[in-house]
Design a protein around this ligand. Structure first.
Ligand SMILES: NC(=O)c1ccc[n+]([C@@H]2O[C@H](COP(=O)([O-])OP(=O)(O)OC[C@H]3O[C@@H](n4cnc5c(N)ncnc54)[C@H](OP(=O)(O)O)[C@@H]3O)[C@@H](O)[C@H]2O)c1
Length: 292
């Protein structure tokens, strides 16, 4: 499949890993950071995109509390930005994969959300991401929207698993929310799925891509400690209300990948198996190019 891949938001967690992996797989890679290509600028993306490119939009205001505090910026980056990228792709005949989120769901359900379930986001992040999905599909009906959830590298960044890894090496007690459930997703597995979708045989426009199964943040934190041989008793449960974050988060946002698998995606492995690999064989600097 290899050809040219254009990655917007390439300085972030997913974009960096995707760029490294695309290079490893023999793609010509155009990895565009925020500074190089601001997707909120309507004229920016089209300068970098050519016919036949595979474009993956990883750019977002993905921090839920940051989005809640600045709805205008969140709308510009999470809604107008993807629409701009989609128009640019449609104009020249490029393929587009746009990343979205489990936070488009309200969290009232107690079984994994399927693609067709009603989206009813609770906060600014989810609302602007859902509007972004709709804007992308309106501009480019053959684009792919990939909803994923609770993404981590477990390496040396600021994602939940990376932070827990560092805390596990101390003797500190850690608080983790035990009333929010989701599907932790290892960036390596997400990126593997993006290449499958990019290969072009999967036709469904909206896909769920997440490791299989679900857990609470508390379960996830205990699992990280267990995998690293640290005492999971150092993880203490707290409620979401006690943790007092700015933005509302769904109490339940596990994603079902059943429809994605029926559409042709290789089944995703269980979240705990992926976590074990992420911690036992951390992603190396070679796979995570530094941000220019
Ligand atoms: N992380 C998760 O748990 C998670 C879960 C579900 C879905 N997702 C989705 O997955 C995608 C990738 O997320 P991520 O975890 O890689 O987030 P991330 O680490 O925050 O990366 C997002 C990147 O977008 C860049 N960006 C922000 N505004 C931009 C703009 N106007 N133009 C171009 N780039 C801009 C940021 O650059 P600066 O930092 O320089 O602004 C950052 O490098 C997003 O669509 C997110 O909504 C993530």
């Amino acid at each position: 499949m290899a050809g040219r891949i254009v990655i917007t938001g390439a300085g972030g967690q997913v974009g960096r890993f995707l760029a490294g992996e695309a290079t490893r797989r023999g793609f010509e890679v155009s990895a565009l950071t925020h500074r190089q290509c601001d997707i909120a600028d309507p004229a920016a993306a089209e300068r970098f995109i050519a016919e036949g490119d595979l474009v993956v939009n990883c750019a977002a205001i993905a921090n839920v509390d940051t989005a809640e505090a600045d709805p205008d910026s969140a709308y510009a980056v999470n809604t107008t930005g993807p629409e701009n990228v989609a128009h640019a792709c449609a104009r020249v005949g490029a393929q587009l994969i746009h990343l979205s989120t489990d936070y488009v769901f309200s969290g009232e359900q107690r079984h994994p959300y399927e693609v067709g379930d009603t989206a009813a986001p609770l906060g600014v992040y989810g609302r602007t991401k859902l509007a972004g999905e709709l804007a992308v599909l309106a501009a480019m009906p053959d684009a792919h929207i990939v909803r994923t959830s609770w993404v981590y590298t477990g390496a040396d960044g600021t994602d939940v698993v990376a932070v827990l890894r560092r805390l596990a090496a101390t003797d500190r007690t850690v608080e983790a929310v035990d009333d929010q459930t989701g599907s932790p997703t290892y960036v390596k597995d997400l990126v593997g799925a993006l290449f499958e979708i990019g290969a072009g045989d999967i036709r469904e426009p909206v896909l769920h891509v997440a490791n299989d199964g679900a857990c609470t943040r508390y379960d996830q934190a205990r699992a990280v400690f267990e995998e690293l041989g640290a005492d999971p008793g150092r993880v203490r449960p707290v409620s979401a209300a006690q943790s007092a974050r700015k933005a509302p988060r769904p109490a339940y946002s596990a994603l079902s990948t059943a429809m994605s698998v029926r559409a042709g995606l290789t089944p995703m492995r269980p979240w705990r198996e992926a976590l074990a690999e992420a911690l036992a064989q951390p992603i190396t600097g070679g796979q995570l190019p530094s941000t220019p």
